[in-house]
Ligand binder design. Structure first.
Ligand code: ZN
Length: 292
């Protein structure tokens, strides 16, 4: 277990574990200076914190929040750590293998594998999101059962510009429907909180000032119910999605994602199309183009 799971109230590896109310744990992304970009240390600390909440019988509901103006800008592309620096959680193995074999193994371990693990945590989870929620940030929000958003929250996945299909937990069509998923992916534009709510991706939208208190009140309200009923309700909905093919479709998209990275390695000598960085930066500086 990493230090993050031991340090109540302390931020370790970019994650803070809090117990703000009876029956409620709050896991906080605490790298606001980096817009909560997820490096490997943070992902493993996040996993340790989810495990701690899962194994603590006093915790019945888990909130996932982010410090600062933005929930998460996605995976930290500046992360210089090696995956071999961390004990693996999954059993894919082979992360040190050369070529796309190692690359695919690494992304199965730290992206799809961890996200699927968190999605399947039996206790109710609530994402509390504000500001930018980009690519890998979306993945964190989507694996939670409920999403409460501040009015200023914006949801985007611009990584088609890197020559891949989208983030590694490719739940876009499940979350916003097939047509909106294509629009998000093709244009790289962000959905507003109001649009996300209309599409059923977000449960509630509240003002930024109310976000934390509102989410905590909802978590405490849910936590009054018996853990058995909550687990059964969660599993019943999740198993419906599983029967519809969620896991199979996530794995299929992950395979195509690796095809994209493989093509980038062959054509550009790196895992992402370098031109994509400019495309995404230019879009981030410009006002949104396609709003109703
Ligand atoms: Zn990738």
């Amino acid at each position: 277990m990493s230090q993050a799971a031991d340090g109540d109230g302390a931020t370790v590896d970019g994650v803070r574990f809090e117990q703000p109310a009876e029956g409620v744990a709050r896991i906080v992304l605490a790298r606001p200076e980096a817009r909560n970009a997820q490096d490997k240390a943070m992902l493993y600390a996040l996993n340790a914190a989810f495990d701690r909440a899962a194994h603590d019988d006093e915790v019945r509901v888990i909130i996932l929040a982010g410090d600062g103006p933005h929930f998460s800008s996605g995976h930290d592309l500046r992360d210089a750590s090696q995956i071999s620096d961390f004990p693996p959680v999954g059993n894919w193995g082979g992360t040190a293998q050369p070529g796309i074999e190692g690359y695919m193994a690494s992304e199965h371990e730290i992206y799809l594998g961890l996200c699927w693990r968190w999605r399947n945590l039996p206790k109710p989870t609530i994402a509390q999101v504000q500001g930018k929620v980009i690519a890998g940030g979306l993945m964190l929000a989507w694996v939670c059962d409920l999403i409460v958003a501040a009015e200023d929250a914006e949801f985007s996945d611009p990584v088609v510009a890197f020559g891949v299909n989208g983030g590694e937990y490719f739940a876009h069509p499940w979350e916003v429907g097939a047509r909106k998923a294509k629009e998000m992916l093709f244009t790289g534009e962000a959905l507003t909180a109001a649009e996300a709510k209309q599409l059923g991706m977000v449960n509630r939208v509240v003002s930024g000032e109310r976000l934390e208190a509102y989410t905590l009140e909802m978590a405490s309200h849910v936590a009054e119910r018996p853990s058995m009923g909550l687990k059964l309700a969660k599993q019943s909905v999740n198993q419906m999605q599983d029967a519809q093919g969620l896991w199979t479709s996530l794995q299929a998209a992950m395979s195509l994602h690796q095809l994209g990275h493989s093509n980038d390695w062959q054509v550009h000598g790196v895992g992402i199309d370098p031109a994509g960085v400019g495309i995404i930066r230019k879009q981030a500086k410009a006002p949104p183009k396609f709003r109703d």
